[in-house]
Design a protein around this ligand. Structure first.
Ligand code: MG
Length: 427
């Protein structure tokens, strides 16, 4: 077994982001939930379009366009009955299920629902680790006093997802992440599988080796050549034997097969800043181009903020001239914003504060800071004035996002940016 470095007496549980050493001993028994939404994108489509309910729904490329290139991003359980699954070429999905509803993905809508799901999960514990847009690990070891045991919490959140969001999720409960993830997948959809510590070995034993994390086709072949086809067979091998055949990977698999996985649930924090920058093809002297480039960058940043449901409280400008002198200037915004106009206004002020603008500009960058959740932001002060156009402008910005989502980024371009060279505006 690998030895842990000394870390001021902390266990790996208390070290966020600590690398995975499956054999590390964690003394306190944990209750880990893995929550995975069922057919997430397709279910959101069925939620928003009642006429799709009960029908096969396939989210992905359009099979009637582009000679059927592209793949299935997600499909409903009705479509799975016809042998359709995610990552299947869309042309094959069309052959297997021509009568399905084929819909283009709506990323921002899925993001919005995903945030609702995560908000709901956050009620039960702060220890929520997103694994993707529609699945997460929760460590509810310490939540018992408030919410009951892990099983009660699992039932409660599965019910809340159904009642409040109109969606279904599968839940796996186990002493660690690896087992919890397998458990949530076993009885989908609407699965609910609890694996108490004493049943972990029996639960894993009959499962095929491909269920182990890290076992791809190549490793699976190596294991099969050793006569190992089930997780139980691997667990029964003597310690060290698999390591001598497969190296570190063998040791890792042996521990997993015995249900040993001490990785902590690491809650992801919000990004602290979002930024983008552009380097001109040729150093730029035209002040109008510089201003418009700042508008294009503001536009891009604002739409990224909106997509993530965030507001910025600060902005910083990075300015580099042809002689490679670089200045950064930062400002706190009057109020938290997700609007390109606000960012652009602040960017122009910051531009004025660059001490020497005698040389041509090589690079411009903008970065938003002090990011807060839109829902958690303090109420706007300006909202008191009747003439405030902010809500309307925000609504317009969200409509533009929706258009771009459907028709591509260039579907809506600011008038000021149309005058710019076609390459520049896309950056
Ligand atoms: Mg899922």
């Amino acid at each position: 077994m690998r030895l842990l470095p000394r870390c001021q007496g902390l266990t790996t549980r208390e070290l966020p982001g600590f690398p995975f050493f499956p054999g590390d001993r964690v003394t306190q028994p944990r209750s880990i939930l893995h929550v995975d939404m069922d057919a997430f994108f397709a279910s959101v489509e069925q939620l928003d379009h009642p006429e799709y309910r009960g029908c096969p729904v396939i989210v992905g490329a359009d099979p009637r366009q582009g000679r059927g290139r592209g793949v299935v991003a997600a499909c409903s359980y009705e479509a799975r009955g016809f042998g359709v699954h995610s990552a299947l070429p869309i042309s094959q999905a069309w052959r297997r299920c021509p009568h399905a509803m084929y819909v283009r993905p709506r990323g921002s809508r899925y993001g919005e629902v995903s945030r609702q799901v995560f908000e709901l999960l956050g009620r039960y514990t702060d220890l929520v680790e997103p694994l993707s847009i529609d699945e997460a690990f929760l460590d509810v070891t310490g939540s018992g006093k408030l919410w009951g045991d892990a099983e009660s919490i699992g039932r409660a959140l599965q019910g809340a997802i159904r009642d409040e969001l109109g969606l279904e999720a599968s839940v796996g409960i186990a002493p660690n992440k690896f087992v919890a993830k397998i458990a949530s997948d076993l009885e989908k959809p609407r699965g609910f599988v609890v694996v108490p510590p004493e049943r972990v070995a029996g639960f894993l034993a009959p499962l095929p080796i491909t269920r182990l994390w890290g076992v791809g086709p190549k490793t699976a072949e190596q294991l099969r050549r050793l006569g190992l086809t089930t997780i139980g067979a691997i667990a029964a091998w003597p310690a060290g034997a698999l390591k001598s055949r497969l190296g570190e990977m063998g040791e890792h698999l042996w521990h997993l097969a015995r249900g040993e996985d001490s990785r902590p649930v690491v809650p992801h924090s919000e990004p602290k800043s979002l930024g983008c920058e552009t380097t001109f093809d040729a150093d730029q002297r035209d002040p109008a181009v510089v201003r418009n480039t700042l508008l294009a960058l503001s536009d891009r940043l604002a739409s990224r903020l909106r997509r993530r449901g965030l507001l910025a409280q600060g902005l910083s400008l990075k300015y580099r001239d042809a002689g490679f002198h670089t200045w950064t200037r930062a400002v706190r915004l009057v109020e938290p914003t997700e609007l390109a106009e606000d960012l652009h206004g602040a960017a122009l002020e910051l531009l004025e504060r660059v001490p020497d603008r005698s040389q041509a500009v090589r690079l411009l960058g903008l970065s938003t800071t002090g990011l807060v959740r839109r829902a958690a932001a303090p109420a706007t002060q300006l909202g008191l004035f009747v003439a405030d156009t902010r809500p309307r402008r925000a609504q317009l910005a969200h409509s533009v996002d929706a258009l771009r989502e459907r028709f591509g980024r260039d579907a809506v371009v600011r008038a000021a940016l149309l005058e710019m060279d076609g390459d520049e505006k896309k950056r």
